[in-house]
Design a protein around this ligand. Structure first.
Ligand SMILES: OC[C@H]1O[C@H](O[C@H]2O[C@H](CO)[C@@H](O)[C@H](O)[C@H]2O)[C@H](O)[C@@H](O)[C@@H]1O
Length: 569
């Protein structure tokens, strides 16, 4: 535990419904047992009656009820998880859109790509009327527009998943759906000051990797919708403030926010950001598992600290990974708030560029100038703090709390995390890094020899910790950004490598399809190892980010087989 943990900062308010659903979740675990138990299901239930009536019935049950009585109670008082959303047919969906994936030539492959495209229908939802009329009976946040969900047990809009969903929707020419997805996120950023991890009341205590500006930029580049830029700018400024809020320079002890100041080897002071949730209790959607993890700790303050670190790691999207653990084999050493993450800072650099671009487009000179300056400063910070010349990678930095918690931290080469993660290559996605030919050369070489390149594409991490985002489970949506950076660099070597990575991902997904039949019935994805994945093919109804990356890669490169045939000819 850090010496600054007594000052974690404020926690987000919660609502009575969530507290009650957590009690139901806990009771359900003890009645039904751990096998096949999904704690999230219980916080996704909607109330049929009013809360006090359900609470009374729950309290009456507790003494001697059987599993059958509990089933009856749940059926009587709740709408099952997912009942707060309805299937929705997006109006801009057509079975074969004009201009769809021109680079995919073979008939067989086009048929498959069209099946992936058709999955947008199975992942599209609209909010049920009851959520708008009785918002207190639901944990779902009634966003204003229809949405695209990741799929499976994730029945709500997610922040960073939406980026890859949008990339896929653009390849599918579904511009209106893409705009609806992004407008929901803008709504969240305006209402809460930041985009929530997901559109549920239990996700209000944290965000996820900030990719809103990249989504707006992609849609703008495809549609030139100036109105979208105008309505997004204030939301992006709110979000920027959230990721850069924090302690004042030299303010002792961490009052806890995202911003961190650090002094580099030359004595220059830089500002960077980290993940930092406003929460020190079990995550409601995983309350029973979080309590189980904390049961190994003795004091209430150690437990609160672990809960805070778990929520902060969830803010990273990498929940969970040894990347955030001081000891990869001890889950209680989770310390995400002590890491300066490479990918987060690359995303914020991208956000600074995008905000400057949008400000210029709408003629807001002072915002443009402010963000050009901010981006130059962050570029310097990323290079000074993360870049490791020997490795040809950008390395996460462990903040060392040992002496005191006053800032700025003092950079020490020993605190760069030497482990290889997909995130170590993400700055390549952003200018000016992909335009630096000699840097690109080093990074390509480093990636080639990193061990991350596997049969299915780029793995997230090589640490075998048993965590969802670690080897052999984690297959990185981040590979999409790395591939794009390689392409943008304009180097032939880099392009070749990008094609190779994309081909691995496409082939894996195609093999899954061949193995299990029609996608809309029984689609398999290599999805972060959830449900026992680890490179296996797991039957699902399609997963948003995975479909998005497949379509984006097919749009850029075509089907690898087509190229091989062309090469042979
Ligand atoms: O239910 C536990 C956790 O689930 C989410 O995390 C995972 O799924 C998300 C949706 O696809 C994805 O964005 C995230 O990267 C995955 O690790 C959720 O985001 C977590 O906050 C939540 O605790």
């Amino acid at each position: 535990m850090s010496s600054c943990s007594s000052a974690r900062g404020p926690v987000a308010p919660s609502v009575p419904l969530i507290a009650f659903l957590e009690r139901v979740q806990e009771a359900a675990l003890s009645i039904f047992g751990a096998s096949g138990f999904d704690p999230k299901r219980y916080v996704d239930l909607s109330l049929k009656s009013d809360l006090p009536a359900a609470e009374r019935a729950f309290d009456e049950l507790r003494a001697s009820a059987t599993a059958q009585d509990w089933e009856t109670f749940i059926r009587s008082y709740f709408e099952d998880a997912g009942g707060d959303l309805e299937h929705y047919e997006p109006p801009d969906y057509t079975p074969e859109p004009e201009g769809f994936l021109p680079a995919v030539k073979s008939r067989e492959m086009r048929e498959w790509a069209l099946e992936v495209h058709a999955l947008w229908k199975s992942l599209s939802r609209k909010i049920s009327d009851g959520v708008r009329t009785r918002p207190d009976s639901h944990t779902l946040i009634p966003v204003p527009n229809p949405l695209v969900i990741p799929g499976s047990r994730f029945r709500e809009a997610y922040y960073w998943d939406s980026y890859w969903v949008i990339r896929g929707l653009l390849a599918s020419k579904m511009y209106e759906t893409a705009k609806a997805v992004v407008k929901n996120l803008i709504y969240l950023a305006n209402r809460y000051g930041y985009v929530l991890n997901g559109a549920r009341a239990y996700y209000t205590n944290r965000s996820q990797p900030p990719l809103l500006s990249a989504m707006v930029r992609e849609i703008y580049d495809a549609t030139h919708d100036l109105e979208l830029v105008k309505i997004s700018l204030q939301a992006l400024l709110n979000e920027y403030e959230f990721w850069n809020s924090g302690i004042k320079y030299r303010n002792p002890c961490n009052l806890g926010k995202h911003k961190v100041t650090i002094q580099d080897a030359e004595g220059r002071i830089h500002t960077l950001s980290r993940y930092y949730a406003k929460w020190d209790k079990p995550r409601p959607e995983s309350s029973t598992t979080d309590k189980e993890s904390a049961s190994k700790l003795s004091s209430a303050s150690e437990k609160a600290n672990l809960y805070w670190e778990l929520a902060s790691a969830a803010e990273s999207g990498w929940d969970f990974s040894a990347r955030w653990m001081r000891d990869p084999l001890d889950f209680t050493t989770m310390a995400a708030t002590s890491v300066l993450p490479v990918d987060l800072n690359a995303f914020i650099l991208g956000m600074e560029h995008d905000i400057a671009f949008f400000a210029e487009v709408i003629g807001d000179k002072s915002t443009f100038e402010r963000f050009v300056m901010a981006s130059e400063a962050r570029k310097e910070a990323i290079t000074s703090i993360f870049w490791n010349e020997q490795k040809g990678q950008w390395l996460d930095y462990w903040l060392n709390y040992s002496n005191s918690c006053s800032e700025p931290y003092i950079w020490d080469t020993l605190n760069q995390n030497q482990n290889v993660y997909a995130s170590n290559f993400v700055p390549l996605w952003i200018n000016p890094f992909y335009s630096d030919a000699s840097m690109v050369h080093k990074v390509v070489n480093s990636l080639k020899h990193s061990g991350l390149l596997q049969a299915s594409g780029i793995a997230t991490s090589l640490q075998n910790s048993g965590q969802q985002w670690d080897f052999p489970n984690g297959w990185a949506p981040l590979q999409h950004m790395i591939v794009e950076g390689l392409v943008k660099s304009g180097s032939t070597d880099a392009r070749q490598m990008a094609e190779d990575i994309a081909a691995r991902w496409i082939r894996t997904n195609y093999a899954a399809y061949k193995q299990t039949g029609k996608m809309h019935e029984k689609y398999n994805v290599v999805n972060c190892g959830e449900f026992g994945g680890g490179g296996e093919y797991v039957p699902q109804t399609g997963f948003g980010w995975s479909n998005g990356v497949v379509l984006a890669f097919l749009e850029e490169f075509g089907w690898p087989q087509d190229r091989e045939i062309i090469d042979r000819e």
